[in-house]
Write a protein that binds this ligand. Structure first.
Ligand SMILES: [Zn+2]
Length: 240
């Protein structure tokens, strides 16, 4: 297999994608790229680092945090609170970093080419589409076309999970023995997952639907997270 690059956030999706490439696709020449975009949840970068060390994958962390001065989002701006609730609620739009994926994919493409890679992978999935425009298939397809033409030789952008739900990703990851205990999702940047923010809810739902406890959480945290999630689900059904 030729050399490839992957955008690795340290969360569940991109980590599963890394394991998928290493085991199912037998990719042995891979470089992982992470971004420090000034996110509150720096823990995910630590997770990415640890995962790469564990899997002996070359890793670059690129600091684009200076962009925070000009891009506003609850993920990066201390004055904007991280909202709690479901991803499809309008308040979750506050967590959209404007054009984040195009910025990251564009830089990662340059890094991939500089490292001799001709394929760039990223872990966008079906659950992202509702809220994040730059995770939707239309965006991905349009950008893939541009990236293919950006250099002398074609560069391929691939998002193998684009039509999978997060629960599907967890199911695949469990088959691949992904150490989910070493991944991080919560947006709040606390010592432990808050269990309430959009990404915590989404993570609980994915593990619940996959029929397993989230290994990152203690049994007690898992019970609390499940009850918050189920309560929200009930309220949502009542509303609709
Ligand atoms: Zn959280």
């Amino acid at each position: 297999m030729e050399k490839s690059a992957i955008i690795l956030s340290g969360g569940m999706d991109s980590t599963t994608l890394l394991y998928y490439l290493l085991t199912k696709k037998k990719a042995n020449n891979i470089i992982a790229i992470s971004f420090n975009y000034g996110q509150r949840h720096k823990k995910e970068l630590e997770c990415a680092k640890i995962l790469c060390q564990k899997m002996k994958v070359a890793h670059r962390i690129i600091d684009i945090s200076s962009l925070n001065k000009v891009l506003v989002s609850a993920l990066t701006t201390d004055s904007v609170e991280v909202p709690e609730g479901w991803y499809d609620e309008s308040n979750m739009k506050q967590t959209v970093v404007p054009n984040r994926n195009m910025i990251m994919l564009s830089i990662a493409t340059g890094v991939a080419i500089s490292n001799g890679a001709n394929t760039l992978y990223y872990g966008a999935h079906a659950g992202d589409h509702v809220i994040y425009p730059d995770c939707r298939p239309e965006f991905y397809q349009a950008l893939a076309k541009a990236i293919e033409k950006c250099h002398f030789e074609p560069v391929y952008l691939k998002a193998p999970f684009i039509n999978m739900t997060k629960a599907d990703i967890v199911k695949l990851g469990l088959e691949l023995n992904v150490p989910y205990k070493l991944t991080w999702s919560c947006y709040k940047g606390q010592e432990r997952p808050c269990l309430k923010c959009g990404t915590c809810s989404e993570r609980v739902e994915a593990f619940y639907k996959a029929g397993v406890k989230d290994p990152l959480l203690t049994s007690k945290e898992w019970q609390v997270a499940l009850s918050i999630w189920k309560e929200r689900l009930a309220t949502k059904k009542e509303e609709s």
